[in-house]
Design a protein around this ligand. Structure first.
Ligand code: X8Z
Ligand code: ZN
Length: 610
């Protein structure tokens, strides 16, 4: 239905309801026929589901919620039948590799399964719709003024008054409170569904989608996180010192965790907006700000999107269809409630591509546009694949494409597209500033993207009972991010509900993988382009060879195990944090020097294995 995020869920969700003839020993030919019928039926359902989801997300009303819940329940019922049907072929010998792969996708590709109990799928779909729409309609306050979530998000980046920041943070987090009971019930239903499909719980099902033994997935994430943790710790320490200098001991002490609302982002997941506070003193500063450049040059949201498209065109990818501009939601409609959280959609599995954003003219949304377009180009590139392969090599790939492209937004690139005057290109003495700004955008996402699904996995497997939902969230935030809420929390709160992907039920490990993968893709593309300078100055804008190789990776969709696809583009079969570390290496050396004499780190529960 919506966005790429749930395309596969839908794929599986769209599962068909064809009558299955129980046979004691099914044959490979029957498995092939089953898969073919599944793909046919899923494709037929897909556009119907997507159009309803689109209307609901771009026009939240009682009626569109009703429609969305109805189609969601239909999709889930079909998906579950499909997954169960696929399991009939578990022990059949002589299946083709494609059939084995597709049966696997059918068995584990549902985000929230429902059990066969009458009414369960309907109840689950009603809950998920209600949660998503509650988030979309959520409001907070700034100086007592009621403000929508999208505006609050942007204001967290520009406000520097700690009392207002605390108010925005606290009022927005109230959005989660009424979701708690629904979430408890959602977990019960989805877990019952996952058990019927042979999984221990819903989280176990989510971890089964990575072409590796499911039990190897969490340790892999921990290993990758451990690679990058020293860089995060250095950045945390340096940033805390700067925040202390700006706000004083009473707001941000010199030691211990950082106050979560001071980092320029509602969830402290991207700190780029406080570059002005953190910038190296004096000559190291980069001397330009993309948001200011966009405003100065008169960019509007449409021009920002066209500029993003221009990057992909420069690689040799075909332009977006006219329907993209006719049907996308690029800015927030003034007259109705919508889900503002950015997403990319492929309505017809061919070329009815759209983005849904509430774009503001700032640097963060400029990057998000490239991110969303990455999904759209991926979707179009794999549109010749069979239905069950209409997806990323893994979900992290899908999230990484646009981010990897956006890493090419270098000063030289900005000159090429006329945003930055050539005379203003920062010289090598400003590299630390450039890297620091990139680090603020990218590095805090590592612990954050790790912990979101750690929280959900704990909720799904029961180790975090409802009575500890909020405590577990706050503890993980302290443990991994080294941050604390500006005001005390209790189990009357449900802070996870104030982050889109929890009420939106979008698995989040994908963003963790993307954080790692985008630097691997970028390093490989810069090598393909013959780049010789410092990695962070490389832009592959206009490079048709990189474009062709990228397109080959995208066209493969989910047809091959991801290590194969990764190897073709990068030469390695492993996800690896070293590309990210190489990119930031000069900065890390500098941070360590800046942090001399500081008591880095924060107290809190120790992270196992780190
Ligand atoms: O949700 C998104 C995209 C849509 S797939 C805007 N992201 C995560 C987030 O906002 O939390 C991109 C970065 C992480
Ligand atoms: Zn995305």
């Amino acid at each position: 239905m919506k966005s790429v995020v749930s395309t596969l869920a839908l794929a599986a969700a769209l599962t068909f309801a064809a009558p299955l003839i129980a046979q004691p020993a099914p044959t490979p030919a029957e498995a092939d026929a089953f898969v073919a019928e599944a793909e046919r039926a899923a494709l037929a359902f897909s556009e119907y589901g997507s159009r309803i989801a689109w209307v609901n997300a771009t026009y939240i009303t009682e009626d569109t919620d009703w429609l969305s819940a109805k189609v969601g329940a239909e999709g889930t019922v079909m998906a579950v039948k499909f997954a169960k049907g696929a399991a009939r072929f578990n022990n059949v010998k002589g299946l083709s590799p494609d059939t084995v792969r597709k049966l696997g996708i059918l068995k584990q590709g549902i985000t929230l399964p429902a059990p066969s109990t009458p009414g369960a799928a309907e109840e689950l779909a009603t809950i998920t719709t209600r949660l998503q729409s509650a988030y979309g309609k959520g409001k907070g306050t700034v100086g007592g003024k009621v403000t929508n979530g999208n505006d609050l998000e942007a204001l967290m980046g520009t406000t520097r008054d700690p009392a207002l920041l605390s108010e925005m943070w606290t009022s927005w987090h109230k959005v989660g409170q009424p979701m708690r009971a629904d979430y408890v019930r959602l977990v019960e239903i989805a877990n019952a569904g996952a058990k019927e499909l042979g999984f221990a719980d819903t989280g176990a099902m989510w971890r089964a989608g990575y072409d590796m033994p499911p039990e190897a997935f969490a340790p892999l994430m921990d290993k990758l996180a451990a690679q990058v943790k020293p860089l995060y710790d250095d950045l945390h320490c340096y940033t805390r010192t700067k925040l202390n200098a700006k706000y004083g001991d009473a707001v941000q002490p010199k030691t211990g965790p950082i106050r979560a609302d001071l980092l320029g982002n509602m969830w402290a997941q991207d700190w780029a907006s406080i570059y002005d506070i953190v910038a190296p003193a004096g000559a190291g500063d980069v001397g330009y700000d993309i948001g200011e450049l966009l405003v100065a040059k008169g960019y509007d949201p449409l021009k920002m999107v066209k500029t993003g498209e221009g990057f992909y065109s420069s690689l040799g990818l075909a332009p977006l269809p006219a329907s993209f501009y006719e049907r996308s939601q690029i800015t927030k409609p003034a007259d109705r409630e919508v889900v503002c959280h950015a997403s990319a959609w492929d309505i017809d599995n061919k070329d009815d591509l759209r983005i849904k954003m509430c774009t503001k003219v700032n640097a963060s949304d400029f990057v998000t546009i490239h991110h969303e377009l990455g999904h759209n180009y991926y979707q179009r590139a794999y549109n010749k694949q069979p239905y069950l392969y209409l997806n990323g090599a893994n979900d992290g790939f899908h999230e990484a494409i646009g981010d990897f492209v956006a890493l090419s937004i270098t000063p030289d690139y900005l000159v090429k597209i006329g945003l930055l005057d050539a005379a203003k290109v920062p010289d090598a003495s400003k590299d630390i500033g450039l890297l620091l700004r990139q680090a603020l955008e990218k590095v805090p996402g590592v612990p954050w993207t790790l912990l979101v699904d750690k929280w959900r996995w704990g909720v799904f497997d029961g180790s975090t009972p409802p009575s500890a939902y909020n405590k577990s969230w706050t503890d993980l935030r302290l443990q991994y991010q080294g941050i604390i809420p500006p005001v005390p929390r209790s189990e009357a709160d449900f802070d996870p509900g104030a982050k889109y992907h929890i009420p939106g039920n979008t698995p989040y490990a994908r963003y963790f993988l993307a954080r790692i993968l985008q630097f691997q893709f970028y390093q490989a593309a810069c090598k393909q382009a013959g780049w010789k300078g410092p990695l962070h100055r490389c832009s592959f804008y206009g490079n048709k060879e990189v474009g062709a190789r990228l397109n080959a990776m995208l066209e493969a969709g989910a047809s091959k195990p991801w290590p194969e696809t990764l190897e073709k583009f990068t030469g390695t079969r492993d996800m690896d944090g070293r590309a990210m570390l190489a990119y930031f290496a000069p900065l890390q050396t500098w941070l360590k020097a800046q942090n001399k004499g500081q008591q880095c780190g924060w107290s809190g529960p120790k992270i196992a294995g780190l």
